[in-house]
Ligand binder design. Structure first.
Ligand code: AMP
Length: 483
């Protein structure tokens, strides 16, 4: 295994956004498979809000529906009624703006010599561009720009006779991060990359007639909603098949060092989920406690930036014995369509989402806790908002180390040029966000908070990528384009 350290690079800063963040779900052997996939996606909505899709199988044919928008708006009872069968997979995606987007919505489905198959993917395949060029040279035609389509082509053109054989062969050619769910007419196949970057939980449900249904999801909060029992995780480098013969688990790749995404615990997953076998809320509260030990400051109140900073702020307040106050209130109903005022209102975007509780802040020394600073622009608006509501001092505390490197394994971080901590020290960032003081958590404390035994990826904080990125220039350029 090689790792690569990056230094700052600059590039084109167009705003053509293309995120990799996603949630996946799969259901095997339940008469209401599509309804359960829908509920699972509903619980995973935070992992992607731009498009969603479900494919179901009734044993004879695969039925699909995908669309732009939120899960609850896309899947009406009428749409779900058109997704019959006992098996289903679903996907929710954070994606592009523009008219090619629906083409990239997942699941993808094709007919090939292995029958009709559909796939949904969370993660980012770092050698997708090379694989795609090779496939195109050999005559494959691509409809979308998503790296997930590459997987389908690899499976379809494999000479292996069985679907599991073809999938194994395809998986061995992929590099990077993938938690995949496949649907065939009579089975579900799921797999996780050998480093285990992205989560994939495994659970089961008892049917009234005593049969068992099997479920897979990015996070266990999806199981809670459908009252499935969490059995554990699909292991890194493991393929699990649920079919008429029962459950088959096999290791398709040699053991590699684990590289679970620590940002799932810092920000991305829901705090009520168990991710990589560990409660996310527990990690976040630890982050806050350790932050209070490492970066104490005299103050009157600890205030979280909702929702991402709440659990860490609870930990900070408990450790520092400074009262916790919800002095910023979030409007949870902010949609994508709103009427912008004709006259410019300062910081309109952040005001739509957050509003300060003035009497909790007036004249107070405030410790503001958030999970991360990416570009720094949101933090600056929030610091201004808190000061504007009368705070005497604003001390910003961040529950992870400075984000200095883009993620190539499925988290949407912008290019290096836009990451404020890639080219600025803490004091410069403090000035930019206009806080009285600023402190980040140390890498050592982050490790301690997630009880790491060498199992996590910290590339966004260190620039040490756990896999060899042969096409690093191309990957960086794609981040630049994605913005
Ligand atoms: P900014 O520093 O203005 O770019 O925004 C930082 C805020 O974005 C923090 O409050 C985080 O909660 C949130 N954030 C961090 N990483 C991500 C991500 N990958 N996707 C969406 N939001 C994020």
């Amino acid at each position: 295994m090689k790792s690569k350290t990056l230094r700052s690079r600059r590039g084109d800063r167009s705003r053509d956004k293309f995120h990799d963040e996603c949630g996946v779900v799969a259901i095997y052997g339940h008469p209401e498979a599509a309804n359960l996939a829908y509920l699972g996606l509903y619980a995973l909505q935070h992992r992607g809000q731009e498009s969603a899709g479900i494919c179901s199988s009734d044993g004879r044919a695969i039925h699909c529906h995908k669309s732009m928008g939120h899960v609850a708006d896309i899947f009406t009872p009428e749409v779900l009624g058109r997704l019959p069968g006992d098996h289903a997979i679903g996907h929710t995606r954070y994606s592009t703006a523009g008219d090619t987007v629906l083409l990239n919505a997942q699941p993808f489905s094709v007919s090939c010599n292995k029958g009709r198959i559909a796939v949904a993917h969370n993660g980012n395949i770092t050698n997708a561009a090379e694989l795609r060029r090779e496939l195109e040279r050999e005559g494959s035609i691509f409809q979308a720009s998503s790296d997930t389509e590459v997987i389908l082509h690899l499976v379809a053109r494999s000479r292996e006779r069985t679907l599991s054989g073809a999938l194994r062969e395809a998986l061995m050619q992929l590099e990077g991060a993938f938690s995949l769910v496949f649907l065939a007419e009579d089975r579900i196949l799921v797999a996780r990359d050998p480093h285990g970057f992205r989560p994939l939980a495994f659970g089961q449900m008892e049917l009234p007639d005593g049969r068992r249904a099997y479920v897979f999801a990015s996070e266990t909060c999806a199981f809670d909603l459908i009252t499935a029992v969490y059995l554990g995780d699909v292991e890194p480098g493991e393929m699990v098949i649920a079919g008429p013969e029962g459950i088959t688990r096999e290791r398709y790749a040699p053991v590699r060092p684990r590289a679970q995404c620590v940002f799932e615990h810092v920000y991305f997953s829901r705090p009520d989920s168990v991710v990589f076998g560990r409660p996310v809320e527990q990690s976040r509260e630890n982050l806050g406690r350790l932050l209070a030990r490492e970066a104490p400051v005299e103050a009157d109140v600890v205030v979280p930036v909702p929702d991402s900073g709440v659990a860490a702020a609870i930990g900070y307040a408990a450790e520092s014995k400074i009262p916790f106050r919800q002095a910023l209130i979030r409007n949870h109903y902010v949609g994508r369509t709103f009427i912008e005022p004709s006259q410019a209102i300062r910081d309109f975007g952040v005001k739509l989402k957050l509003n300060p509780v003035r009497h909790l802040l007036e004249g107070k020394r405030v410790i503001l806790v958030d999970d991360s600073i990416v570009r720094g622009t949101t933090s600056r608006k929030i610091v201004r908002m808190v000061r504007g509501a009368g705070a005497r001092e604003v001390h910003l505390r961040i529950s992870c180390p400075p984000t200095i490197s883009p993620c190539f394994y499925g988290v949407d971080t912008p290019c290096v040029a836009e990451l404020i901590a890639a080219s600025n020290g803490v004091e410069q960032i403090r000035r930019f966000v206009e806080a009285d003081s600023l402190a980040y958590l140390s890498l050592g404390a982050l490790r301690e908070a997630v009880a790491d035994r060498g199992d996590y990826c910290y590339a966004c904080y260190t620039g040490n990528y756990p896999t060899e990125l042969v096409n690093i220039e191309e990957l960086m350029a794609s981040k630049d384009r994605r913005g």
